[in-house]
Design a protein around this ligand. Structure first.
Ligand code: ZN
Ligand code: ZN
Length: 341
């Protein structure tokens, strides 16, 4: 079968890849769409993400949806459209026993070594981690349910989103979905920052009350101005660069909270200790999502979240290199880019 194979930094090509062997409890899925995540872009452009590097060649992609090709005796009938949860917890360790499946000590993840990703014609994946996609949801957009789960999880980690003035720093897909979720949770006001005009426009579409173009204005000053100098109650760092975390720490009020979703390119933060200590700030880190698929699917099914505002480009598999380049460049208004095997 054919697959998108990364051979080196900024070098992905379509080539032949062995057919997956379907293990007990797994279904065989014909992949329809894989969206390119910020973490995939780190691996494409830098060869690693968060200190994990890849033996090449490998198949990228963990945000995936497709059609069950072979049920393999599981509850999923052939022909069922499904979205994959890329994380498979062991369900036996102490973290799993505590319900913290995303922090499992023996987690298997689609596209993390030694598991190859989903950007190929067929993938075998546990039926328990493949969720039926309700009618009416475009299967090419369905992989975005994974980043939506991350926004759902980030909001469930935040202590008081209802009634809060919220800053969302970074309007990529997860940032935009976080804006939407913050509004659904009853945030009083959401201020969004980015430097790409199309992303700021998308932020307004998804419910942001104010946007700040950080190429024109200082994000901390802008956040303070939006709150009469008080500072926001809650900030989501969804941009990645360490400066964005520092800005969030400065933009929140005393006893405020910063929820960190972004991944910095260098695996290190340097923040002013006094900032955190004197103002008794809470900083929460987000590790992907934890069993949030049913809730995220429901949000899309009932129309509270519209994924089409986040999926901007679709490429056939043969043009995967172009798709990755566009996703890295963030050109042409690209937010999430889909590759369609
Ligand atoms: Zn992702
Ligand atoms: Zn476990």
């Amino acid at each position: 079968m054919r697959a998108v194979i990364q051979h080196g930094v900024r070098d992905v090509r379509v080539g032949e890849w062995p057919l997956p062997s379907v293990q007990p409890g797994e279904v065989l899925i014909r992949v329809r769409s894989v969206t390119i995540c910020a973490s995939d872009i780190h691996v494409f452009a830098e060869g690693n993400v968060g200190g994990v590097s890849w033996d090449q060649p490998f198949v990228p992609g963990h945000e995936a949806a497709g059609i069950v090709e072979d049920s393999n005796g599981t509850r999923l009938a052939a022909g069922t459209p499904v979205v994959l949860d890329p994380a498979v917890a062991c369900r036996a360790c102490d973290m799993c026993a505590d319900g913290l499946f995303h922090l499992c000590r023996d987690l298997r993840f689609l596209d993390l070594p030694p598991v190859h990703g989903a950007m190929r014609e067929l993938v075998a994946w546990p039926a328990e981690r493949a969720f039926p996609v309700p009618e009416g949801i475009d299967l090419v957009e369905a992989p975005l349910i994974e980043p939506l789960c991350i926004a759902v999880h980030a909001l469930e980690l935040a202590s008081r989103p209802g009634g809060a003035v919220v800053l969302v720093a970074g309007c990529g897909a997860i940032g935009l979905l976080t804006i939407r979720l913050a509004k659904i949770h009853g945030a009083a006001k959401v201020v969004a920052t980015d430097l790409i005009p199309e992303r700021l426009a998308a932020a307004l579409d998804l419910g942001a009350d104010a946007t700040v173009d950080i190429s024109q204005a200082d994000p901390v000053e802008a956040a303070l101005a939006q709150t009469g100098g008080r500072g926001v109650d809650l900030a989501f760092e969804v941009a990645g660069p360490p400066e964005a975390l520092q800005q969030c720490l400065e933009a929140v009020r005393p006893a405020g909270e910063v929820v960190v979703i972004g991944i910095p390119s260098e695996d290190e933060y340097c923040v002013r200790a006094s900032e955190l200590r004197r103002r008794e700030l809470t900083v929460r880190f987000v590790r992907r999502q934890n069993e949030n698929y049913p809730e995220a699917i429901e949000l899309v099914r009932d129309g509270r979240v519209n994924l089409s505002s986040v999926l901007t480009h679709r490429f056939p598999m043969a043009r995967a290199q172009e798709a990755f380049e566009l996703a890295e460049r963030k050109g042409e208004g690209a937010i999430r880019v889909a590759v369609m095997p």
